[in-house]
Design a protein around this ligand. Structure first.
Ligand SMILES: [Zn+2]
Length: 332
């Protein structure tokens, strides 16, 4: 139990209810040198995205973890408006994505300097607002980590140690996941504060019953045995049956307490007419959960995946989460 920062202020981690742990309201892929609030009309984005949020609120979703980082379309005042209008708790982040969504000044910084900027967002608010991040969002490239992504993982580790925030890392490769966990461990952070997002893309071409499926399961287990979370967050983008097979197998193997499920959906695309093609966020409860039930997953397990696990991940100890605005940042 602890505190979770939503865009409307802190709440108890016991109040989150049913959580979608990886979704996007808006994304701007224009690049760090180009993107900014001048590129979108907040009222238009609210008009287009509110029905999608209202739809999941009607399904019983109470909290949405918005995974768009700075320089990729993060707009915390937009999220506040949508939270107020939909009744959803929305959680935003500090952290950075990867090139070309990194500002030039990031290159050349050491990890502690970068962490200082992210810690400052937690301590004093994001971009002049009183909105504080509820997690750290980063991305890593597939394969061997590029030098800048190593700095970003190390900076996220420092930020997590200082703030108590968990890290959600866009990761679609086992090699990158292991190297990231090496850095997390070297920095002294419990891997239980680290989420390997898009883990369902590791071995994504394997189908149940093939030898490749067993290899994929082994690769996922190797990461779980290191203590990290695996996020199966691409639900709705591929046939539901594969995700059902994946989740049920990992539940049978005893990893219930390390799994997150979500959809990586939404996506008002800045620069496209009316936001382009928006992916609804309703498939998880409309299609996936009934399919899991049919496959034998019980209500207690579903509650763990959608309520208990997100709450445990996002909870920040009172001492860190309740630190007042403007508190001095202690040297790490
Ligand atoms: Zn995402």
């Amino acid at each position: 139990m602890g505190t979770v920062q939503t865009v409307m202020g802190p709440v108890s981690s016991t109040e989150l209810g049913l959580v979608l742990t990886h979704e996007h309201v808006m994304v701007d892929f224009a690049g760090a040198e180009v993107t900014g609030p001048h590129r979108w009309d907040r009222a238009e984005v609210v008009g287009i995205m509110l029905p999608y949020l209202t739809a999941i609120a009607r399904q019983g979703v109470q909290t949405l973890v918005e995974c768009t980082p700075a320089y990729l379309g993060r707009d915390v005042e937009l999220l506040q408006q949508l939270s107020a209008a939909s009744g959803l708790k929305i959680i935003t982040n500090t952290g950075f994505y990867k090139a070309p969504h990194l500002p030039a000044w990031v290159f050349g910084l050491e990890a502690p300097e970068l962490a200082q900027r992210w810690i400052a967002e937690f301590e004093t608010g994001i971009e002049g607002t009183l909105v504080r991040p509820g997690f750290i969002k980063i991305a890593v490239n597939p394969g061997e980590l590029e030098p800048i992504q190593r700095v970003i993982v190390a900076a996220a580790t420092i930020t997590a140690l200082h703030t108590g925030l968990p890290i959600i890392a866009h990761t679609a490769s086992a090699e990158a996941a292991h190297e990231s966990l090496d850095l997390v461990a070297a920095g002294g952070l419990d891997p239980a504060r680290y989420v390997i997002a898009h883990a369902d893309q590791i071995g994504r071409d394997a189908a149940p019953g093939q030898p490749e499926w067993d290899e994929m399961i082994a690769a996922h287990e190797a990461l779980l045995q290191r203590g990290a979370w695996l996020a199966y967050d691409g639900i709705g983008w591929s046939p539901v049956a594969r995700h059902v097979a994946l989740v049920t197998e990992m539940l049978e193997r005893g990893y219930e307490s390390q799994l997150l499920i979500s959809q990586d959906a939404g996506w008002y695309h800045v620069g496209e007419p009316a936001g382009g093609s928006v992916q609804p966020m309703t498939a998880l409860l409309d299609e996936f959960v009934p399919a899991l039930r049919s496959a034998g997953v019980n209500s207690r397990q579903l509650e763990t995946l959608l309520v208990g696990n997100p709450s445990r991940l996002l909870a920040v100890a009172q001492a860190a989460g309740d630190r007042p605005f403007g508190a001095a940042v202690a040297p790490h």
